[in-house]
Design a protein around this ligand. Structure first.
Ligand code: ZN
Length: 186
């Protein structure tokens, strides 16, 4: 016995992160098992892999799939059980994997807590107050903001404020900002 079919699908999807793959490619990679689609759904709905289909993105055709982000980031994303994998992926994608209060992303070290940033997909209006599990009521927050540990408003910073911060930063920090912006807009 070699790898199980799910492990084979994982390896194939990781090798093709960011590239659209077809159902026949996945089936072949799984070792041509008949339950490949169920294994793929398990990865998405139970293990939280960001595998998108035509139901999630208009530019994907039926039978096309896309692993959007590297799964190594996934253990750092938590969510309430009731939010489906598909909805979670849409929220994270819409929010650019960025905390909507303080702007940190997975892989950053949070300057406030000195710990690796962990993202949550949570409700804007809590479910106990009638909030629904739908895109408009969900947002991405880091754990510190989620716990209200940071005293930051949800208002976006103005360009004047941002430029003032960048001007007084050190050269290394300015270069980091420059590289980030270049990557984003290239
Ligand atoms: Zn935050």
């Amino acid at each position: 016995m070699g790898l199980g079919s799910k492990e084979k699908i994982k390896a194939f999807m990781v090798a093709n992160v960011g590239r659209i793959v077809t159902s026949s490619e996945i089936q072949e990679a799984s070792g041509n098992v008949s339950e490949w689609a169920r294994r793929l759904r398990e990865l998405r709905d139970e293990e939280g892999w960001l595998i998108l289909s035509h139901n999630d993105r208009a530019d994907l055709k039926p039978g096309q799939y896309l692993l959007e982000a590297m799964p190594k980031d996934l253990p750092d994303v938590s969510f309430s059980r009731s939010i489906s994998g598909k909805l979670r992926a849409s929220v994270l994608d819409r929010n650019g994997f960025t905390c909507q209060m303080c702007g940190v992303t997975p892989g950053d070290i949070d300057p406030k807590t000195n710990r690796k940033v962990r993202l949550h997909v949570g409700h804007v209006v809590d479910k106990s107050l009638g909030g629904k599990d739908e895109l408009s009521n969900l947002r991405t927050l880091c754990s510190a903001c989620n716990q209200g540990a940071k005293n930051i408003t949800t208002e976006k910073p103005t360009s004047i404020w941002l430029l003032a911060q960048v001007r007084r930063a050190g050269q290394d920090e300015q270069r980091a900002v420059f590289n980030w912006l270049r990557n984003k807009f290239e």
